[in-house]
Design a protein around this ligand. Structure first.
Ligand code: FEO
Ligand code: CA
Ligand code: CA
Length: 691
């Protein structure tokens, strides 16, 4: 969601308002910047970066770093796009143009079906959706939630049948108040929420759905099977790993600190090597408030100080809502919800095939605004590795490495409770290091204010500040290309970069104001994902065409001083210096290196006709050649986010999140209330999607 700054909106709140929820960005995607650390490492960035490029081009290659002399990273300018793995397919479709239409457009030869729009009943006892969304909060607890985001498809059968029948796990990230309350909603001037069902419906519209889907006579449909479930912002969840049982998570609900309620702002997805789902809690801080003195595990994450700054759920007296007010009121933590925010900010494991299982918050993976969780391909006898972005301006990229080794058939979620959490530092010479966030190591000691590993994990951002990791331009999704070993991460944009004294440009985040974002990538030393050193470069910069930037000239100050940068990183004729109009995009977000070999890029940015941008889109990239083509454009006001496919790559599931404003998409049976939904995309000739 592309949102505006935070406080301005609240002047407009009145009792019984029904207004554009994007003026209520507290729990949107642009979490307030909370990183006041001063981790600055780079000066004369451009020279050094060019120096590295020149070094590579000159064939000296890895002389910059003897540590990787034996790695598979060696490449020179001629082989820059030649990787040792062979790909199956390349993007082969004719790109679609930018679009401002209120519809989904895909290339010629492709078809789209819409499934699971907001409100779809998911279980046998669920109430039917009432067009216009006149359903109650209780109804919504068994229906599809709002703001479809990350998702994964789990086949229910081995072999070809698995391509036609599976479980789809879908995140429901957020809500549009005016859309889920067609009769308006009530937020009083002090933030109070006098109508319980409004709050209940809002909380129920968040969370995760497990949905059985099957293809029958060419059409996919929802099966109300035994695995279907809804997890909401109120569902019981287990706290696992080093934080479990610590003082940080003791509450009135769970005095021994083992349980919490709800998962919130579920953003990108992940799938474990053992076949379970990972949902990631992103901008959870804004759902809470604390009118007292906030501890650092709240300030560093931007927990608001006033009820007015949230949906105000915590203003209600009932326990399941009052917990969103984390102001201490009792003698100790077992009598109130001062620790309630510490139950959020985690990667959460859900086993879709165990319908009675309770979701598990895997605290060893750190607490931040989790965008997604990308698992490196698991290798027998080696640890598992998970890559994760923290999406806020100036936050970090993390990875988790299990202490125990992966054993096929035996591995399970316990591998996520015992391991090492690292944060990335990107050096200006194109190398990088993973810095361990472990109590007693790297200065994370009691003397320096970290009392235990639970403390380090609850305060992951503070620990990363302490070890001087690299502040990035809003790390969104990560993905691992299993063919090449490359890991990619979208850095969506950062309007603060290089502005005033805050976050000067650095090698890995080289554009001031960074309006359009970029995609960074790295390879671990020796291609061992558990390695602690890596080599990185920029895969592509978002932005307009060169002709557009030149035509804008001084009329568009945001590009002043930036316009040469991409050309310096991508010298010569590399199209990624400036994208062709068939590939221009801004604000890359969703990202998936599919097993087919196509790197899918989804955007969550802005529309600006002068800069050549219209509705949000999805593009297919060939990581070998750098070819990028626009594959899909979405409806008005929506972002593209979340994608997965059947194992054969012939059915692609893609989410349309928050069509809004003038949008009436998907306009089912003439309904004009816009609804987030899942797209099912197939190639008419039955081939792999994207070819
Ligand atoms: Fe939920 Fe950073 O996107
Ligand atoms: Ca996102
Ligand atoms: Ca985003």
């Amino acid at each position: 969601m592309f949102t505006l700054c935070f406080l301005a909106a609240f002047n407009h709140w009145e009792t019984t308002v029904s207004k554009q929820v994007h003026d209520v960005p507290v729990v949107g995607h642009d979490e307030p910047e909370c990183n006041s650390s001063n981790n600055l490492f780079f000066s004369d960035v451009i020279e050094r970066r060019i120096g590295r490029r020149a070094l590579i081009s000159g064939g000296v290659g890895l002389a910059v770093s003897t540590m990787i002399a034996n790695s598979a990273l060696a490449h020179d300018s001629h082989h820059h796009w030649t990787r040792r793995g062979r790909r199956d397919v390349s993007p082969g479709f004719t790109p679609v143009p930018h679009s401002s239409a209120d519809t989904v457009i895909v290339p010629k030869g492709y078809s789209v079906q819409v499934i699971i729009p907001e409100g779809t009943p998911l279980t046998k006892t669920a109430a039917p959706y009432i067009p216009g969304d006149y359903n109650t909060g209780a109804d919504r607890e068994l229906q599809a939630g709002a703001h479809h985001d990350g998702m994964e498809y789990f086949p229910m059968f081995h072999g070809p049948a698995g391509n036609n029948h599976g479980l789809l796990c879908v995140n429901f990230e957020n809500i549009n108040l005016e859309l889920i309350h067609p009769n308006g909603f009530t937020i009083e001037s002090n933030g109070n929420r006098p109508v319980e069902d409004e709050v209940r419906k809002e909380i129920a519209s968040h969370g995760v759905g497990v949905v059985e889907v099957a293809k029958y006579r060419g059409e996919w449909q929802v099966i109300k099977g035994r695995y279907n479930r809804r997890f909401t912002g109120n569902s019981p969840m287990e706290i696992c790993g080093p934080v479990c049982g610590s003082d940080f998570v003791k509450t009135k609900y769970s005095p021994n600190g083992t349980l919490t309620r709800g998962t919130l702002n579920n953003c990108g997805s992940g799938r474990t090597p053992w076949g379970t789902y990972i949902t990631n809690e992103e901008n959870w801080a804004g759902y809470f408030f604390n009118t007292g003195v906030r501890p650092r595990e709240q300030t560093r994450y931007g927990v608001p100080t006033a009820a007015r700054s949230t949906y105000g759920w915590g203003t209600r007296a009932e326990d399941q809502y009052a917990r969103f007010n984390t102001t201490p009121i009792a003698n100790d933590a077992s009598g109130d919800y001062r620790n309630e925010t510490n139950g959020q900010g985690w990667a959460v494991e859900i086993n879709p095939f165990e319908p009675n299982s309770i979701p598990k918050k895997r605290t060893a993976l750190g607490r931040f605004a989790h965008e997604g969780a990308a698992f490196a391909p698991a290798k027998p006898g080696r640890p598992i590795t998970v890559y994760m972005g923290d999406d806020s301006r100036g936050e970090y990229i993390y990875k988790y490495v299990s202490n125990k080794k992966y054993v096929p058939g035996k591995a399970d979620g316990k591998l996520l409770d015992d391991g090492k959490l690292y944060v990335a530092r990107f050096n200006a010479d194109g190398t990088g290091v993973w810095i361990l966030l472990e109590h007693g190591v790297n200065g994370l000691t009691t003397a320096n204010g970290f009392t235990s590993q639970a403390d380090v994990l609850v305060n992951t951002r503070t620990a990363a500040d302490y070890v001087q990791a690299t502040r990035m331009d809003r790390p969104e999704w990560t993905t691992v290309d299993e063919k090449t070993g490359y890991v990619y991460c979208t850095l969506t944009n950062n309007s603060n970069r290089g502005v005033a004294a805050n976050q000067p440009v650095d090698a890995a985040n080289p554009r001031a104001k960074n309006p359009d974002g970029h995609i960074i990538r790295w390879r671990e030393t020796g291609d061992y994902h558990e390695a602690t050193e890596f080599e990185w470069d920029v895969f592509v910069f978002g932005g307009p065409t060169l002709a557009t930037v030149q035509a804008l000239g001084s009329s568009d100050s945001v590009y002043q001083g930036n316009e040469q940068y991409a050309a310096q990183v991508f010298p010569g004729t590399d199209e990624r210096a400036y994208l062709a109009d068939t590939a221009t995009f801004n604000s890359p977000d969703g990202l998936w290196a599919a097993p087919t070999g196509i790197l899918w890029i989804q955007t969550d940015g802005y529309s600006n006709v002068t800069r050549g941008f219209a509705n949000q889109q999805m593009l297919a990239a060939d990581p070998e050649t750098g070819d990028i083509r626009r594959f899909l454009t979405g409806p008005i006001g929506s972002e593209l986010t979340g994608l997965t496919s059947t194992p054969d790559g012939k059915t692609l599931f893609v989410n349309i999140q928050h069509p809004e404003g003038a949008s009436v998409w998907p306009n089912i049976n003439g309904e004009t209330r816009a609804r987030s939904a899942t797209l099912i995309i197939t190639k008419d000739d039955g081939g792999i999607v994207g070819t």
